[in-house]
Design a binder for this molecule. Structure first.
Ligand code: HEM
Length: 132
């Protein structure tokens, strides 16, 4: 028997790369002017490259097939940027606001649940490095 299961559509496809680009663009434009996040993000000089890299990161995290390849070192870079629980909490609140401004509640919640997972993971890894 050849059961044909319908191909599942990824969250990335449901949102679309254009909207992912727009969320990322809006988020970093706000982060650069944010009272606590502006300072850590002052290390970024090429915003066009940074936004393209992060948009690709989210596209793949949300289940899209990679369209470009980048090397990521999130744990090391965040440690160097002074990542901590308080900054993460501000980052997440800002990200949630931007998601809600761009997407319907269903897609916004789906994307945000990935933010929670990655954020928790970054925090655990960061705390581990602080104790080494
Ligand atoms: C769930 C939360 C977060 C996610 C998913 C996330 C994701 C990422 C990713 C994928 C990169 C690229 C890393 C690379 O180029 O190898 C990055 C870079 C960066 N992130 Fe985050 N981030 C988060 C939270 C934060 C927070 C709270 C801060 C505040 C310190 C922060 C500051 C930075 C900075 C400054 C860079 C650029 C580092 C560099 O290019 O040297 N991020 N982030």
């Amino acid at each position: 028997m050849t059961a044909s299961t319908p191909k599942s559509i990824s969250i990335a496809q449901l949102i679309g790369k254009d909207q992912i680009d727009q969320v990322v663009d809006d988020f970093y434009n706000r982060a650069r002017n944010h009272p606590s996040l502006a300072q850590p993000f002052s290390v970024v000089h090429n915003w066009v490259d940074h936004k393209a890299k992060i948009a690709q990161f989210w596209w793949v995290v949300l289940g899209g097939i990679p369209k470009a390849s980048y090397k990521y070192d999130p744990v090391g870079k965040h440690f160097a940027a002074g990542f901590n629980a308080s900054l993460l909490s501000d980052w997440k609140l800002l990200f949630k606001t931007v998601l809600q401004d761009h997407l319907n509640p269903e897609l916004s919640d789906k994307w945000y649940s990935r933010v929670e997972m990655i954020g928790d993971n970054l925090l655990t890894q960061d705390q581990r490095l602080h104790h080494e």
